[in-house]
Design a protein around this ligand. Structure first.
Ligand code: NDP
Length: 289
């Protein structure tokens, strides 16, 4: 018989993870700070644990999906002794340093630690398209494949427990700036009475096509050679962005999203790289660590 899995945290995501396990016929023990949120899963066959200690001691694998790093420490610290010898799979969103500190804490207390970053919304869990990045204990990743598979596609990105979080954060940086860029454009056309629902029919396929450029940028950055054929120069990009900023002003739109991109280009030109490719703004960004 399949061993039980314990789930700590039954918010939107924690509930989806536990429900997917139950749907796959896997026994689940669930706990939530606010007890009534466990009722729906209890009705579907999960064992509802009254305390964190009861939940932790009921299974060898503890899946944690809480609000943030602080809530994870707040819940796990009091049951450190009970966790010894068990595996924690932490799917809470944390920074890389926070993940590493949890891994160090786990190692100091005989707890096997696997960190995860969920690249999906709760409705996608268990459905095609859901993906989770993992890092930390490779042995735990291998051992719990059947559990991982009920949630979605899995990738192991390294023994450094912070790596899944780092890759997650890096991808979200691209996502949020893309969203902001779309909304900037939507504000520009909105000022002329064009609905965003019409604008998106042009913008979405254009952005999808432009995503094809990313591999070229990546190769340029890895080679640290911004002089190659076919690269759009910083000087050209500066002219384009300056025109875009004037158009933004004409529409009465706030330049807050676009102006920093222009600023990065201007700084690299001022440093003497105007004829180099636009990917060179990578050098401006990475030096600000
Ligand atoms: P919710 O806000 O729906 O749930 C938060 C959970 O954390 C609840 O179970 C809540 O308990 C618990 N919690 C909060 N603070 C504490 C505390 N101090 N002590 C104990 N329990 C606490 O969030 P989600 O379920 O959506 O998200 C959970 C994690 O999953 C987050 O780290 C999020 O970033 C990550 N994630 C979520 C995604 C999403 O689309 N929702 C996508 C990818 C990752 P209570 O019910 O008592 O308030």
């Amino acid at each position: 018989m399949t061993t039980s899995t314990t789930f700590l945290g039954l918010g939107a995501m924690g509930s989806a993870l536990a429900a997917a396990a139950l749907d796959a016929g896997r026994p689940a023990v669930v706990w939530n700070r606010t007890p009534h949120r466990a009722q729906a899963l209890g009705a579907r066959g999960a064992t509802v644990a009254p305390t964190v200690a009861d939940a932790v001691t009921a299974a060898p694998v503890i899946v944690v999906c809480l609000f943030d790093h602080e809530s994870v420490r707040g819940v796990l610290d009091p049951v450190t002794a009970e966790l010894s010898g068990r595996t924690v799979i932490n799917l809470t969103t944390t920074t890389p340093a926070e993940s590493r500190s949890l891994a160090a804490w786990a190692a100091a207390h005989g707890v096997t630690y696997l960190d995860g970053a969920i690249m999906a919304v709760p409705e996608m869990i268990g459905a095609p398209g859901a993906a989770i990045l993992y890092s930390g204990s490779g042995a735990a990743f291998d051992e719990h494949r059947a559990l991982r598979d009920v949630w979605g596609d899995s990738s192991f990105v390294g023994a450094d427990a912070g790596m899944a979080s780092l890759q997650d954060m890096a991808m979200l940086a691209g996502m949020y700036t893309m969203f902001a860029g779309f909304l900037h454009g939507a504000a520009m056309v909105h000022a002329a009475g064009v609905p965003a629902t019409e604008f998106v029919t042009r913008q979405a396929p254009f952005l999808a096509a432009m995503a094809g450029q990313l591999a070229g940028f990546a190769a340029t950055v890895d080679a640290e050679d911004y002089t190659g054929e076919g690269q759009q120069s910083l000087r050209f990009t500066e002219t384009a962005l300056a025109t875009l900023l004037r158009a933004t002003a004409e529409q009465g739109v706030d330049p807050a999203v676009l102006a920093p991109v222009h600023d990065l280009v201007v700084r690299q030109i001022a440093a003497g790289h105007g004829e180099h490719g636009t990917a060179r703004i990578f050098e401006e960004i990475r030096r600000t660590r």
